[in-house]
Design a protein around this ligand. Structure first.
Ligand SMILES: CC(C)(COP(=O)(O)OP(=O)(O)OC[C@H]1O[C@@H](n2cnc3c(N)ncnc32)[C@H](O)[C@@H]1OP(=O)(O)O)[C@@H](O)C(=O)NCCC(=O)NCCS
Length: 140
């Protein structure tokens, strides 16, 4: 991902998330040299992912596929690429947080070998008030 991708990234981000990242979140991630990737289907930018890698620990900060092309295996492919990048950066484990009600994402992560290690109460804003996050971990 580069700054030039941000308009399309933000469009997909806003279409996919209840509480989307602002442009500054992506700019901060680029500045901090996080693993920031865009995913193309042909000429179309349809997804993005952001992962931080610090001291042998990675954290998946964002994984997004545009709603119109969800459910076709693209999220699994993008996740697998980000896990490859975490390995390339010498990480031993990856952590992430996922919204309790986000069944597609929870299913995707379970299939990818993530296990729940805890909860954060009321972590996410939601249409029906605050919602818990599940904290997941996977060894690399
Ligand atoms: C989570 C997300 C990245 C998954 O991407 P995707 O391309 O739709 O996922 P895939 O097609 O690779 O499917 C992955 C799994 O989720 C399941 N899935 C996909 N869409 C689903 C839906 N609408 N309902 C239930 N399960 C669904 C698939 O069946 C698949 O499971 P399987 O391999 O056991 O069959 C995508 O839905 C997304 O961007 N969501 C909004 C942003 C978000 O919540 N990101 C995750 C933050 S933690």
């Amino acid at each position: 991902m580069t700054l030039a991708h941000l308009p399309k990234v933000l469009e997909n981000e806003r279409a996919a998330y209840f509480a989307p990242w602002a442009e500054t979140h992506f700019k901060d991630s680029l500045r901090q040299a996080h693993e920031c990737w865009v995913f193309y289907c042909g000429a179309e930018l349809v997804g993005h992912g952001v992962l931080s890698a610090v001291a042998h620990e990675a954290e998946l900060l964002n994984l997004c596929i545009a709603p119109r092309v969800q459910g076709r295996g693209l999220g699994a492919e993008l996740l697998s690429h980000l896990l490859e990048r975490a390995r390339a950066r010498d990480c031993d484990e990856v952590f992430l947080e996922v919204r309790d009600s986000n069944l597609p994402a929870r299913r995707l992560y379970r299939r990818a070998g993530f296990e729940e290690i805890g909860r954060r109460r009321g972590y996410y804003p939601g249409p029906a008030g605050a919602e818990d996050a599940r904290v997941l971990r996977r060894e690399l």
